[in-house]
Design a protein around this ligand. Sequence first.
Ligand SMILES: Nc1ncnc2c1ncn2[C@@H]1O[C@H](COP(=O)(O)OP(=O)(O)OP(=O)(O)O)[C@@H](O)[C@H]1O
Ligand SMILES: [Mg+2]
Length: 292
Amino acid sequence: MNTATLRATQSYQPPPHAARSTPTTPAGALATDFAPLLQVQDLSLEYRTPQRVARATHRVSFDVHEADRFVLLGPSGCGKSTLLKAVAGFIPPVEGQVRLDGRAVQGPGPDRIVVFQEFDQLPPWKTVKENVMFPLLASRTLGRRQAQERALHWLDRVGLARVADVHPHQLSGGMKQRVAIARALAMQPRVLLMDEPFAALDALTRRKMQEELLGLWEEARFTLLFVTHSIEEALVVGSRIALLSPHPGRMRAEINSHAFGLADQGSAEFQAAAQRIHHLLFEHEASQEVLQ
Ligand SMILES: Nc1ncnc2c1ncn2[C@@H]1O[C@H](COP(=O)(O)OP(=O)(O)OP(=O)(O)O)[C@@H](O)[C@H]1O
Ligand SMILES: [Mg+2]
């Protein structure tokens, strides 16, 4: 079955606040309401070594709109992290392009900040507060005093103001991830990129972090591009989900998931949606096995 027949996207409904400051066209229609913030167009990505070329993704396309919580979901090795790195500007495309606000992404920038899975993404010699201040200072976004204010504000938002002056090794894994999130949001990026940020946490902490992330989103309405290989996490965190095929990653389907939150996890509708995604992700292999 091809991607087109699986494409299950409903028409995009812009979030209410997205239209607030949008200019209107002479005809009265909102001019940029439907212009995606981030466009990934026919993106093929490869790793090249002298011995071989490994294609990580093949002609992947999707649009992310302002305040979307857009999830990339797919099995291990399908190129999710590679896609995120390309959006971050760390990996140039072999074909296709990434556009942010209509402009082609040429490299990394402070408008795209990544939160990784690893707990060691915080320089250990800096205090928590210094960690959050660092990108603000390094990118010359703010002066020292304002950077400190901004850092303390975001540390407070993630419930860590009390540990502002300690070093990362004194924190739990969940607390380190909260610092990484505070550091990212303090930069007020156009898109927050998260690569399995909760995958290394225990189940209870993971759930708490999902809840906190959704709480932060409710307050700040940032645009999120979130990678996971957990169907449940995709449904809870995402408002839209792109399903990727196994290596090399291709778009298999795109679905709306804004109806689901943490409270729905036990519901029949949630289970049905999870089943449907599972089917969309794995039916291709199943049908191939039958054919062999
Ligand atoms: N530095 C690299 N050099 C060569 N090949 C790589 C490199 N990094 C990743 N790959 C390959 O590219 C493909 C996509 O890898 P990627 O890490 O993006 O997958 P993923 O979907 O994030 O997987 P996971 O869920 O395990 O994190 C895989 O086949 C992987 O082996
Ligand atoms: Mg990965």
